[in-house]
Design a protein around this ligand. Sequence first.
Ligand code: WT7
Length: 634
Amino acid sequence: MTISNLQLNSKEEYLSHYQQSVEHPEDFWAGVAEQFVWKKKWDKVLDYDWENARFEWFKGAQLNITENCLDRHLKNRAEQAAIVWEPNDPNAKNRILSYKELHQEVCRFSNVLRDQGIKKGDRICLYMPMIPELAIAQLASARVGAVHSIVFAGFSATAIASRIEDSKCKMLITVNEMYRGAKTINLKSICDEALKAAPSVEKVIVYEHTDAETNIEAGRDLLWKELVNDVSDHAEAESMDAEDLLFILYTSGSTGKPKGMVHHCGGYMIGATYTFLNVFQYKEGDIYWCTADIGWITGHSYIIYGPLAAGATTLMFEGVPTYPDAGRFWEIVEKYKVNQFYTAPTAIRALQKCSLSLVESKDLSSLKTLGTVGEPINEEAWQWYKKYVGHNQCPIVDTWWQTETGGIMISSLAGITDEKATYATLPLPGVQLAIMDQDGHEIKSQEAEGRLAIKFPWPHMARTIYGNHDRYKQVYFSAFEKMYFSGDGALRDKKGFYRITGRVDDVVIVSGHNLGTAPIEDAIDEHENVVETAIVGFPHEIKGNALHAFVILHDDVVASERLVQEIKELVSSTIGPIAKPDKIQFVSGLPKTRSGKIMRRILRKIASNDLSNLGDTSTLLNPEVVEDLINSKV
Ligand code: WT7
């Protein structure tokens, strides 16, 4: 594949490809798939059945995604940088891995995995910071046919343990310590704690990222640097069926346990690559930077798999936007002459609050495309991004998608199709959208507002929830007949442009992190003084949304600041610091319907100080609590 083979170059081309993708989806995706390296071609492009929520793409085809991400580039790009790594500390040495070097490292580590008994289909948990070894371990896992489950390195021991247990990971790969801005965090000790409750793990490989001593449990823990010493830098890539598992990635849902979304080898690869090339309009020689963490789907698809399969140079940043100061992003753009920059609205809003001189003092003239993802972007942030980062020269791609969709679904194509502030705009080729009304009917009129659904399967969709296909069916395919339900609300304007209005379920997006309220409520309910908890989101200037917890205490307990701290600590240790509520309000009761369901609508209004219209409270079982909720507001 040359990059331009998969790129659309004009609005007309977009329209005609879109048309073809709707009329002949199989031909369209087969055409895209032709551009990749297959060990064996498919027997059938698509086989599906909405009833059982079963979707199979490129059945019978054989491939290994790492041959597409690495081996195929050795002919023409061996010396080209594959990964440019910028460390947390701006004065520490950066690292640049050419395609040839990355290939060697991945082969070495593949041999290590095989030496340690890892076989096709085994699950491996990766709990690591943003260092090249994370990419190497991820790709090596794919090369030997194992299934990686990357857990964001901000999650707590309890959260890792439940994820490891859910998919019975055999191995855990981590580091001794990680840096996060000015902080150093001992990941190994968090792992040691987690492993007490995760007995499926037989081996732990530790990469010593700092000089700190590593606590080693003999017989279980091994050191990365010792293992890679004497292994060959050649390793056969396992032959994988297009429908074999590539990875599991956990995402929160509106009920209890996180969902292990499963992505498979073939369809995911072509989806991530096709969307990467078209949305960002990456060109030969460009430097592309996505600021996400590889622990989230954005990092999987748009730091690793999409860019590498396309033969791009992808920048990986270990640190945070505010360290050593809030000019760090712009400094990195200037340092590496970044051409495409992809970040989240929460980061833009945080940097927008800082001194303009931090951005104005940097040379950002290399930038060609700006991207945003993760939550709706507000008009002010969009305009600031456009003006101060893009100097009104760069198109902004507002990309809507989800862990479940595997790749971008709605976005403009940089410089090719039109943009509109706060709108994700148009579906990519292959994506058939529907807006659904309250009664579950599709709204056919051009202008519409309702719930966002997808009417036809696409290759990069998650195929199941690990170990729980019924939940997959229920969450995504039961709201509307023969459609995938996204959980988001959306509107469509006169031109057919889509704007995402936010979640319509009990998931709140805080600083771009998707947080189900149920697991946080469960965590707080574990406190011995707590009877019941309800959590809702409320608008927050920088985070987009923040969490407000309404907590009922046992009768004999007196509310105190100490209790507030204990509850926050409990959430932090059970889920992770990102899930800590901003506000904790102790209440005498929660508004409930007669069937016992909490009326979150009322709590949302109270949390966002919108008391003007609380709606009909007469159907409540206990209307009197509303007054108390308002009076005890924090
Ligand atoms: C939810 C999915 C997809 C990568 C990061 C998040 C929200 C995502 C946008 C956007 C408005 C967006 C949706 C979606 N979202 N992108 N451009 N505009 N909202 O992945 O954690 O699976 O979250 O993020 O609500 O459902 P995720």
